[in-house]
Design a protein around this ligand. Structure first.
Ligand SMILES: C[S@@+](CC[C@H](N)C(=O)[O-])C[C@H]1O[C@@H](n2cnc3c(N)ncnc32)[C@H](O)[C@@H]1O
Length: 258
């Protein structure tokens, strides 16, 4: 069953970890956020909202349609005067026109029914000269095999039906570029990003994280027994050593002319 972002049971599923240096370096390379205004759409528990502030943004607005996620993000960023969290739909944020130097959305667009409407909203929010950065996985990113460097690949090796779900929901390079171009963004490019998700002291710590389905919406399509089998399989592949979990993403980048 698909994840319910509004359910109290999913409290803190997109909180409790920090963006890692490889993600931070990639963002800085696109546009130095120091002194900029950033909006993080579909902010979840605010991991990346906080990360943008940590990179020196003057102000960061996180927005999410789920009251639970808004509560998580608000709690996680409490006391940080340059962060504000709002509830709203990605396609109708209610935020002011042309207010942001960076419009960012990570792991959001594959959940949206209307990518075109979202890109038009992103364009409206961007200042002339501002950038839009969309981070998601293409079907090709999802299809990478499982290995100690790409643990997520084991999900699909063990349960091919999960690959079918991903194939149906993950956007192609052309679909996202087309929607961004139609919305008005220019200087479009897309590039791969290997992002470290988390470091674990040992395999057992990874297993504990997986068993909570934390931040992994696709695992909500497995029963508890299936998830247990997957974790056993993954543990059997990994050496008894610290684990660095990383995933391949695609970044789509466009600029609002101005
Ligand atoms: C996979 S989570 C990613 C959270 C966060 N961006 C991250 O990378 O940690 C997707 C988030 O998008 C939010 N979301 C999904 N559809 C949305 C919509 N139509 N409008 C606003 N937020 C939405 C969900 O509530 C969830 O918090």
């Amino acid at each position: 069953m698909a994840i319910d972002f509004h359910a109290a049971a999913n409290r803190n599923t997109y909180a409790g970890r920090e963006a890692q240096p490889d993600w931070q370096a990639a963002m800085r390379t696109i546009l130095d956020p120091a002194g900029r205004q950033v909006v993080d759409i579909g902010c979840g528990g605010g991991i990346y909202t906080a990360a943008w502030a940590g990179l020196g943004a003057a102000g960061v607005t996180g927005i999410d349609f789920s009251a639970q996620m808004v509560a998580d993000a608000t709690a996680a960023t409490a006391g940080r005067g340059n962060i504000r969290i709002r509830q709203g739909d990605a396609c109708r944020t209610g935020l002011p026109d042309a207010a942001f130097d960076i419009v960012f959305a990570r792991a959001l667009i594959h959940h949206l029914p209307d990518l075109g409407a979202f890109c038009r909203e992103a364009f409206r929010l961007a200042r002339p000269g501002g950038v839009c950065i969309l981070q998601d996985r293409r079907p090709e990113d999802v299809a990478l095999p499982g290995s100690t460097a790409h643990i997520r690949g084991y999900f699909f090796e063990c349960f091919p039906r999960l690959a079918a779900i991903e194939a149906g929901r993950r956007p192609s390079r052309a679909a996202v570029e087309g929607a961004m171009r139609a919305a008005g963004f220019a200087a479009l490019r897309s590039e791969p990003l290997w992002e470290t998700r988390r470091h674990y002291p040992d395999r057992e710590a990874l297993a504990a994280d997986l068993s909570g389905r934390t931040g992994r919406s696709i695992l909500h399509d497995l029963s508890d027994a299936e998830l247990g089998g997957l974790i056993e399989h993954i543990l059997a592949q990994l050496p008894a050593a610290p684990v660095a979990e990383a995933d391949r993403w695609t970044l789509w980048i466009g600029r609002r002319p101005g």
